[in-house]
Design a binder for this molecule. Structure first.
Ligand code: NOJ
Ligand code: CA
Length: 493
């Protein structure tokens, strides 16, 4: 019988550090704030947290541009705050995984400062990808050319994201060793694992630079600039180091929605999990699609991650639920009763809503700002440029967590339903590690049973006009819409 790991038995909660909780009153979330809210997370039933980057950074991309990998940004606290956070969380039985960005560094990182000064052959020159001429048509994922001319070096450097996020050269052995040392630094401090940012984008194959990316309908496709030959070996080396420490969890952000491209990164000696974007980045609520994906993942023998929101996408309360509370309750019921590792995003339990952006002045996220600049350069009006940027911006889900809303929850509040669902999941092994039986989806309904530990729990969800119509007996949880119609039922079978 498969032995399940700790991370397959907990519910994670993503903390976007700058907007979670401000512990020192300067208006910005910080590590002290996280410590203050650990009791809230414990009460919710969370067993693991994922902290987004808190390292020193110029914050061109809110910390995904690291300038010092072994410290805490003063805006977020200090190393001793981190240690205290870890110790307090561990004492409460909450594990802590931390975001790690190894694909690129900030352009202010000392390695890059040295690299741009040095000539070929210098120690740091090869840490990044330099070319005398722009070698290909590759574009940044944030718009515009991926190549930036650097006056000091007199050459172009490669950046898959913003020009302030310079891609490391993973075909340089010294880079690999530096990165492994950084991971060891945080593991020694007691971190329980990592969420590896855009890990399939590591640049491991310089010969790929000679290949032009295909253009479809005028849009350059990302083909040769990711999933390069050599990337799996790089992941293997990371995994070997991380798993030389006991009980560590390695989760990768593999920027793909296609399940077949996601899964080569997972398995023994590789990543323990990837984010299942095949399910997580659904654009509209689609019960049949959800059903198909769980059937597919089951057939592939995968213990997946489960999520519908993150700091990179519109909140699912807006995107999928059309701001209807009962739909948010049904999706929560799915997240917390399906097979896999649920990742809640801060505030989805309240629910927080998407931020409203009224004009270009509200665009904080670099991807939105880049989009706006791009369209302005093309001669578009402010209005047109803003419209384009709205599609690209990731500001929606990054609003400050509204703690005023966390009062004693009313019995039918969403928070109460989340709490109850976490309680059910934490107390019923069948909901965590049990197998599926009778997965059934038709129209807008989705039904399944979870079986294990000598019990069988049925989950009945109807996202459409119809109600759930199975006998309401042996009930664990009922979900009704505002007119009292039965839309969800969890019961012993
Ligand atoms: C994925 C992160 O989630 C996102 O916020 C960031 O902009 C990119 N990686 C680049 O680091
Ligand atoms: Ca603060």
């Amino acid at each position: 019988m498969k032995k399940f790991k700790w991370y397959e038995n907990v519910v994670f909660y993503e903390i976007y550090v700058p907007s979670f909780c401000d512990g020192n009153g300067d208006g910005i979330g910080d590590l002290r704030g996280v410590i203050l809210k650990l009791p809230y997370l414990k009460k919710l039933g969370v067993g693991g947290i994922w902290l987004t980057p808190f390292y020193p950074s110029p914050k061109a991309d809110n910390g995904y541009d690291i300038s010092d990998y072994r410290n805490v940004d003063p805006e977020y606290g200090s190393l001793s705050d981190f240690d205290e956070l870890l110790e307090t969380a561990h004492r409460m039985g909450i594990r802590v995984i931390i975001d790690m960005v190894l694909n690129h560094t900030s352009d202010r990182h000392p390695w890059f400062q040295e690299s741009r000064k040095q000539r070929a052959g210098g120690k740091y020159r090869d840490y990044y990808i330099w070319e005398k001429e722009v070698p290909n048509n590759w574009e940044s994922f944030f718009d515009g050319s991926a190549w930036e001319y650097d006056m000091q070096a007199g050459m172009y450097y490669y950046h898959a994201f913003s020009r302030q996020q310079v891609c490391l050269n993973w075909s340089c052995e010294a880079v690999v060793r530096e990165c492994l040392d950084i991971l060891a630094f945080w593991l020694e401090r007691g971190a329980d694992g990592f969420r590896l940012d855009v890990i399939n984008f590591l640049k491991t194959d310089r010969s790929a630079l000679r290949k032009e990316n295909p253009v479809v309908d005028g849009i350059i496709q990302h083909v040769y600039d990711k999933n390069q030959p050599g990337v799996i070996d790089a992941v293997r080396r990371i995994s070997k180091l991380v798993h030389s420490y006991p009980e560590k969890y390695l989760l990768g952000e593999v920027g793909e929605e296609d399940m077949e491209l996601l899964h080569p990164y997972m398995g023994k000696g590789l990543l323990d999990s990837v984010f299942q974007f095949n399910l997580g980045s659904m654009r509209k609520l689609d019960a049949a699609y959800m059903g198909e994906q769980i059937v597919k993942m089951e057939a592939a023998g995968i213990y997946p991650t489960l999520f519908f929101s993150s700091h990179d996408m519109s909140r699912h309360f807006n995107r999928l639920c059309e701001k209807e509370l009962w739909k948010a309750k049904l999706l929560a019921a799915f997240l917390l009763t399906a097979k896999g590792i649920p990742f809640l995003y801060q505030g989805e339990e309240l629910p927080m809503e998407d931020e409203v952006l009224n004009g270009s002045g509200d665009l904080k996220d670099i991807q939105g700002r880049y989009g706006f600049e791009k369209k302005k350069k093309e001669g578009k009006s402010d209005e047109e440029a803003f419209f384009y940027a709205l599609e690209r911006s990731r500001d929606y889900s990054r609003g400050m967590m509204d703690w005023n809303r966390v009062n004693e929850p009313e019995s039918d509040s969403l928070l109460h339903v989340y709490q109850r669902l976490l309680e059910l999941r934490n107390s019923h092994a069948s909901l965590r590690t049990g197998s599926y039986e009778g997965i059934d989806f038709s129209g807008e309904s989705l039904y399944y049973q979870r079986v294990g530990n000598q019990e069988k729990i049925g989950v009945y969800l109807n996202f459409g006009k119809l109600n759930v119509n199975v006998p309401v007996q042996n009930v664990l949880l009922e979900i009704q819409d505002e007119d009292g119609n039965l839309k969800g039922l969890i019961r012993y079978e």
